[in-house]
Design a protein around this ligand. Structure first.
Ligand code: SAM
Length: 292
């Protein structure tokens, strides 16, 4: 087996060889601890029959670990400067395709159709660029891609919000959006010391496995998310006040909100953070006829 890319010495050598300076604006914090990387890959449960999609391969630290476990790796990298580096560092592997593209703009479905033919088990595994963690996760989950789920490194604070349960401070519209689509759990907390350069915050790895059965019956997803977002605009306000302020104008809005809360048995004085996803679904379904 070839030597790991993800050691402090080898990472520095590679960066020196290419005169590479990290671009903070692209969230470039490279992992330099092979144990952490193997741990991330283990959480994805890959076999040679699986494919992995990576966002931001950097200099290839995670990519090579994925290539060892999975049948195929498809990696999207925005920074053109890294392409020749990756060609060099990943030359021992013949099961990696690098796509030079912004993951938020790429046609991921088309790339999967073209490059991952025959793979039925596809996982997204990535050490995400922290400036766009949420848009990336939301995009990959809402595009109905044929993926089993995601295992990603991101800021600890965002990881806590994504996996939060009702009644906690971290619970909000992001928790609901992600948990609506997936079973989300915290896999591990990671200190800044395993990155080069070190980020200013603690990190965490989370695993999100897409639900095969919906967690709640929702009449209109877009409206459901409008209701959940409105319910948390001012966390200290009651659900009634937040909906009153945050929902678009509709037929007899105030009456519609009172009726929907009564009909679903949700106390108007409760705060959004106490409602379960199922309660939000009932509430949104009850409100929907007055706002559609
Ligand atoms: N995977 C490498 C590792 O773990 O060492 C690098 C991870 S680094 C946190 C994030 C990577 O994402 C960088 O390589 C960066 O250039 C890339 N990146 C940033 N924005 C991106 C985007 N919109 N689309 C694709 N890649 C992006």
């Amino acid at each position: 087996m070839t030597k790991d890319i993800a050691t402090p010495i080898r990472t520095k050598q590679i960066m020196d060889k290419y005169g590479l300076k990290v671009k903070k604006s692209l969230g470039q914090n490279f992992l330099i601890d092979p144990n952490i990387l193997r741990n991330i890959v283990d959480h994805a449960g890959l076999t040679k029959d699986s494919a992995a999609i990576e966002v931001g391969p950097g200099i290839g630290a995670l990519t090579e670990q994925l290539a060892r476990q999975a049948g195929k790796v498809l990696a999207f990298e925005i920074d053109q400067r890294l392409l020749p580096v990756l060609e060099d560092t990943l030359s021992p592997y013949d099961n990696i395709d690098i796509v030079h593209s912004d993951i938020l703009k790429a046609d991921v479905q088309k790339t999967i159709d073209e490059q991952l033919v025959g793979y039925e088990d596809i996982m997204v595994v990535a050490n995400l660029p922290y400036y766009i963690t949420t848009p990336i996760i939301i995009r990959l989950l809402t595009e109905n891609l044929p993926i089993r789920g995601l295992v990603v490194m991101l800021q600890k604070e965002v990881a806590e919000r994504i996996t939060a349960k009702p009644g906690t401070k971290a619970y909000g519209s992001l928790s609901i959006a992600i948990q609506y689509y997936t079973h989300a759990e915290l896999a591990m907390i990671v200190p800044p010391t395993v990155f080069m350069p070190q980020p200013n915050v603690d990190s965490a790895v989370i695993r999100m496995i897409k639900r095969t059965e919906p967690i709640a019956q929702v009449t209109d997803e877009k409206f459901f998310f409008t209701v959940t977002r409105a319910s948390f605009v001012q966390r200290r306000k009651t659900i009634f006040n937040n909906l009153q302020a945050g929902l678009p104008e509709g037929k007899a809005k105030k009456e519609a909100i009172i009726e929907a809360l009564e009909g679903t048995g949700i106390e108007p004085s409760r705060r959004g953070e106490t409602l379960t996803i199922q309660e939000f679904a009932q509430l949104a379904n009850a409100l929907y006829p007055s706002f559609s």
